[in-house]
Design a protein around this ligand. Structure first.
Ligand SMILES: CC(C)(COP(=O)(O)OP(=O)(O)OC[C@H]1O[C@@H](n2cnc3c(N)ncnc32)[C@H](O)[C@@H]1OP(=O)(O)O)[C@@H](O)C(=O)NCCC(=O)NCCS
Length: 153
């Protein structure tokens, strides 16, 4: 799959929103300037952003790949590109069952009380939303975990 990973531009905003909303990801702070996107034949097929919290903490978020482009390494390329532009400590919130997948980039689990306030707030918001959707849809819950990546600045 020929794919271009690049910083987002203003014209990508609607496609970023559509990708994020399509997967019911955290709907806050979806402004294009913090995003990298993956493009295939002129179509946006993936996105990821670095959220910047008020306390300075950075959180890899809104990782999403269009269903037709999955399992071809698009997310891995987005993560690699984002992290190569953001050295130092980065957090992320993900499903507990997928936590081990992110060890290859140096992420490891921490307890919510060990995370900066903005990151733990997103964790609790996601946990509550996940609980509500799982209950309404009668599906098993996918508990979340906070991951921490500490590297040299
Ligand atoms: C998670 C997601 C971005 C992966 O995109 P992708 O381009 O298919 O990922 P890659 O091809 O780089 O890697 C596939 C791997 O991601 C893993 N993975 C990590 N997190 C995952 C998740 N939340 N859901 C599904 N697979 C996930 C898969 O297990 C697979 O691992 P394997 O290669 O060892 O089998 C994509 O499935 C997606 O958009 N899901 C919906 C939104 C979401 O759950 N985002 C994650 C928030 S942290």
């Amino acid at each position: 799959m020929t794919m271009l990973v690049r910083p987002a531009v203003a014209a990508d905003q609607e496609a970023i929103l559509a990708l994020a909303r399509g997967e019911r990801l955290n709907p806050t702070d979806l402004d294009w300037p913090r995003f990298f996107v993956a493009e295939h034949q002129g179509v946006l097929v993936g996105a990821v952003q670095m959220r910047l919290h008020r306390d300075g903490a950075r959180e890899l978020g809104t990782l999403v790949v269009a269903p037709q482009a999955r399992n071809q390494g698009v997310a891995a390329r987005l993560i690699g590109t984002l992290l190569s532009h953001n050295r130092g400590r980065v957090f992320m919130v993900t499903g507990r069952k997928h936590a081990q997948h992110y060890a290859r980039w140096g992420f490891s689990p921490i307890r919510p009380c060990q995370a900066p306030r903005g990151v733990s707030r997103n964790y609790w918001m996601g946990t509550c939303a996940g609980y509500v959707f799982a209950t309404l849809q009668r599906r098993p819950r996918n508990p979340l975990v906070i991951l921490d990546r500490v590297t040299a600045a």
